[in-house]
Design a binder for this molecule. Structure first.
Ligand SMILES: Cc1cc2nc3c(=O)[nH]c(=O)nc-3n(C[C@H](O)[C@H](O)[C@H](O)COP(=O)(O)O)c2cc1C
Length: 283
């Protein structure tokens, strides 16, 4: 094994262990796996240098992202590059606790687009009879894949990103600003820029919780989540207790306490109504 491959094996092992808190063995003969290292060391970024992103690079990244697989080759994901600073400001103003939106050199909105398919049906004189929830989901999944592929591609050339689902907090207003027609909907925004600092590997739930063999398995789930809370807290303790005014002081403010608090309050309860208004019946 070359010195470089040895180094990479060591880095892959360390990164996977840091993320999942369990031992990993990198298979022998795995060479030039730098892409794996990039995926394992993924982190979101929220602070940017002044450096702009070259339009040619951005175009190349769009091409990489839109090379993602697409359900039945239907190609139901679109990207809106929001260049108009006034529009970015208006979107950022809906979400004042996320200043990274307005500060990002590039701001994109990844959309599900079921409109084109409906147009094809009309142009080709065929009925469009798949008006149901699965159909909405196909477009949403396609957009998610394109988003993920954009993130990976951007990271591979030294850019940092952070997705922004908070654009859905004001989906109707965002839609109006961007002129989204019926059957097109925002899945997430994405801030893109050159990050001011390296990322952090935020621990994820152990693979024993999220990867199942043959059957869905929740054995020891609660104990495993408790252990994850502790492991994560030892690396990245949460600074604040969420909704502190609503709940008594938690003795231990771990990830699960934070997520339970998070989802104890309604979030985007009006999104379904917005989607139905975009002419998805969700039957
Ligand atoms: C679909 C999606 C939406 C997200 N929305 C937001 C958001 O609105 N604001 C934000 O700051 N981060 C957002 N994030 C980033 C997550 O908070 C982040 O991925 C998570 O905390 C894990 O951190 P990491 O990406 O650094 O590993 C989003 C991530 C995803 C995948």
């Amino acid at each position: 094994m070359s010195h470089q491959d040895e180094q990479l094996t060591e880095q892959l092992t360390r990164a996977a262990q840091a993320r999942f808190g369990e031992p990993f063995t990198v298979p022998a003969g795995l060479t030039q796996a730098t892409e794996l290292l990039r995926l394992l060391t993924h982190s979101s970024h929220r602070r940017w240098t002044e450096q702009t992103v070259a339009p040619e690079l951005l175009k190349l990244l769009f091409a990489c992202a839109l090379s993602a697989p697409s359900k039945s080759d239907l190609q139901q994901a679109d990207i809106i590059e929001v260049r108009d600073r006034e529009k970015i400001k208006a979107i950022a103003a809906f979400i004042p606790d996320m200043p990274w939106i307005n500060n990002a050199p590039v701001f994109l909105i990844f959309c599900g687009n079921n409109r084109r398919l409906r147009q094809l049906s009309e142009w080709r004189g065929k009925p469009f009879v798949n008006e149901h929830l699965d159909h909405f989901m196909n477009a949403a999944v396609d957009a998610g894949l394109v988003l993920a592929q954009f993130i990976a591609a951007a990271q591979s050339v030294g850019l940092g990103t952070v997705p922004i689902s908070a654009v859905r907090n004001h989906a109707r207003e965002t839609s109006e600003l961007l002129g989204l027609p019926e059957a097109v909907f925002p899945v997430a925004g994405l801030c893109v820029g050159y990050p001011t600092e390296g990322g952090r590997i935020i621990p994820r739930l152990p693979l024993s919780v999220t990867v199942h063999t043959d059957v869905f398995d929740e054995t020891d789930l609660r104990a495993q989540v408790d252990a994850y809370d502790q492991r994560r807290h030892s690396v990245f303790p949460l600074r604040q207790q969420r909704y502190a005014a609503l709940y008594p002081d938690a003795e231990f403010n771990g990830w699960s306490e934070d997520k339970a608090r998070h989802y104890s309050q309604p979030e985007r309860a009006d999104f379904g109504e917005y989607i139905r208004a975009q002419k998805f019946s969700l039957k």
